[in-house]
Design a protein around this ligand. Structure first.
Ligand code: PLP
Length: 389
């Protein structure tokens, strides 16, 4: 029986450059001592106090269908948090609770694009972006952010392909580059969005992981609140990746329609997860800084390791849990480098090419293992790069 074109063409590039990740996992399963610096998963679990609250809420009976838009107290908490951070008036009617940020990205494209419409996104990009856009029936169109520009997107480049585009998806702090978009970058994007009349979907799931500069939400730029959907998540900020809880914040009318979409797709998020999320958010910024601290420490370690050598060049890491290394001095592609590194040193990093053409000649290192092991592995990566020159 035939399957839909939509599902069978979701990822036309097959694994989308994740072969290396699967290979590393297979080697590990076969008992080889592979050091994995691949995916964005914390090396700590969800805090026990959050799990206790999850258990308490479930035992207290929050195991039935929960309010589809999200429980009111959680929507209020998210609204207050977003308003405090951005200065933009936000109420529960601007908030939809979703099963993770990923689901929010999909819902946003469902809400803002019609089948066959162009949906722009910045390259390098989080691996699911093109497939998410295709799943919603739109056409993914990458806009390169160049390494020479520090991977900051250029308003002129966006404008050049904006004709007929319904949306632009941006991500700051950025996965995979670790770059935080500057105010001028966001103002430039906002100017094009308003002149060309498209929506912006702003993926801000790393907003608690800032090492340099400041996180600015594009929704806070004058004129943008009416044309922006912000996607947030507790995966990275609270080490709750497996709980699948996030949100979309945007204009009431868009949220109203996305609630209707939730009714006909996810049917909401488990009540006990939402109660635990509410508890977690109420722990405040200190708790979130504690979850982010290991990445900040490892960033410092990385900067020291990378001092005084020329084999690799770090893209200045300003946020998120990744380090993007420019390995073009080796003359290798990111894929070639990552494959040989895995083969010879048993270290797995992600080829830049798996995040789009703009990241060619780079590799992404996830700073997700214990500090000493991380330092040793990174020294090994640098030594390996030096040996290729
Ligand atoms: N957006 C970016 C940039 C990510 O890196 C991730 C996960 O790695 C997500 C969205 C999805 O996160 P969630 O676990 O909230 O679905």
């Amino acid at each position: 029986m035939a399957l839909s074109k939509r599902i069978t063409t979701l990822t036309p590039d097959g694994s989308g450059g994740w072969d290396l990740f699967f290979k590393a996992r297979a080697m590990k399963a076969a008992g080889e001592p592979v050091v994995e610096l691949t995916i964005g998963e914390h090396d700590i679990g969800t805090d026990l106090s959050i799990l206790d609250e999850m258990h308490r809420a479930a035992a207290a009976g929050h195991t039935g269908y929960a309010d589809i838009p999200g429980i009111p107290a959680l929507r209020d908490e998210i609204a207050a948090r977003v308003e405090a951070a951005s200065g933009v008036k936000t109420t529960r009617d601007n908030v939809l609770v979703t099963p993770g940020g990923q689901s929010g990205l999909f819902a946003a494209h469902m809400a803002l694009t019609d089948p066959g419409q162009r949906a722009l996104f910045i390259d390098p990009y989080y691996a699911t972006y093109p497939g998410t856009i295709r799943a919603a029936g739109a056409i993914p169109c990458p806009v390169a952010a160049r390494p020479e520009a520090g991977f900051q997107p250029d308003a002129g480049d966006i404008d050049a392909v904006a004709e007929g585009a319904a949306t632009l998806m941006i991500n700051t702090p950025n996965n995979p580059t670790g770059v935080v978009y500057a105010r001028e970058t966001l103002e430039g994007i906002a100017g094009v969005a308003q002149a060309r009349d498209f929506w912006v979907i702003s993926d801000e799931v790393y907003d608690t992981q800032i090492w340099a500069g400041q996180h600015l939400s594009i929704r806070a730029i004058p004129g943008m609140a009416a044309r922006t959907l912000v996607v947030g998540s507790m995966s990275k900020s609270h080490a709750m990746t497996g709980s699948r809880i996030g949100w979309v914040v945007g204009p009431e009318e868009a949220i109203r329609h996305m609630i209707n979409l939730s009714t006909h797709t996810t049917y909401g998020v488990a009540g006990y997860i939402q109660e635990a999320a509410l508890f977690a958010l109420r722990q405040g910024a200190g708790f979130e800084a504690g979850v982010a601290a290991p990445f900040q420490r490892r960033r410092e370690i990385a900067l020291k390791v990378l001092e005084g050598q020329n084999a690799v060049r770090a893209v200045r890491p300003e946020g998120a849990m990744y380090l993007m290394l420019d390995i073009r001095a080796t003359g290798m592609s990111g894929t070639g480098f990552a494959e040989k590194l895995l083969e010879e040193r048993r270290i797995a990093v992600m080829p830049g090419e798996s995040f789009g053409a703009a990241a060619a000649g780079h590799v992404r290192v996830a700073m997700t293992i214990e500090d000493t092991r991380f330092e040793t592995a990174l020294r090994d990566v640098v030594d390996f790069a030096g040996a290729q020159i």
